[in-house]
Design a protein around this ligand. Sequence first.
Ligand code: BDR
Ligand code: CA
Length: 300
Amino acid sequence: MPRIIIDTDPGVDDAIAILMALAAPSVEVVGCTVVGGNVSHARALRNARALLEFVGRPEIPVHRGSSRPLHGKFASARNFHSGSGLTRRLPEPSVKLPSQGAVDFLAGQLSENPGETTLVAIGPLTNLARLERQYPGSLARAASLVIMGGAVDSSGNIMPQAEFNFYCDPLAAHEVMAVGLPVTLVDLAACRQVAMSREMAFSLKSRTPLGRLALQIIQNWFKVDEQRENMLFYDQIAMAATICPDVMTTRQVSLDIEVEGPEAGVSKVTAGGGPAALADEVDAERLFTLTSQWLGWDAA
Ligand code: BDR
Ligand code: CA
């Protein structure tokens, strides 16, 4: 069974992506590494641990990653994710946090299982950039690398042209992409093709505990603001594409990310035919069908 490690900053959409991975029959989640971003690093760490314990998977280790980007401070996305980052209270986690940090965990997993572990990066890329700085060549030992980030030649969500994850740590995004690996990139243009409407969110129920928690998080997100009509799917698409690559088509490109100045975080195609498989058309219907199967969602 394919093994995955989720590098994450939960985060509402991160939480749903994690639940999708736990529910899908075809992958094994061997760990989560946490980075700051959507909420503070401490809160993201707590959320990842609380989520796994709450759904009965306390054996999946959560490793402490970077609380700061390579330079400066993370931006925050509390407006979207709510103060807690989950829209739903979960009991405090009780499992002891491993002493091994994210970078050492990733380096160990990748060298012990070369070519067998897929990295799904759904937060700022700081942990992965630090991994490559400390243990050069590590990323090349992943089976594949799927990233949610960037707004390639399209409008941004935190700056006019920059997407949140790449904007949070543009240097890390630049360094990871510059390794030149065959990454799969789900950018904002892809995410704008998949939205769950308020009506759909409240028309579903779930047969499973994982699916019920995912639905509660989504429904609470709508309840926070009566004006919200659609929830765009971000990290969920990266996770679905990891598990079932045929949820989207891709095109091969070379990319560069601006590291500083007013365009920091802006991602641009520099050439066609490059190593990155950039999401092109996402099959939203298939994505919802798969997600519903995994999470046991049915019409209420
Ligand atoms: C990305 O930034 C975060 O808000 C989401 O979790 C997602 O990873 C979308 O730009
Ligand atoms: Ca995220």
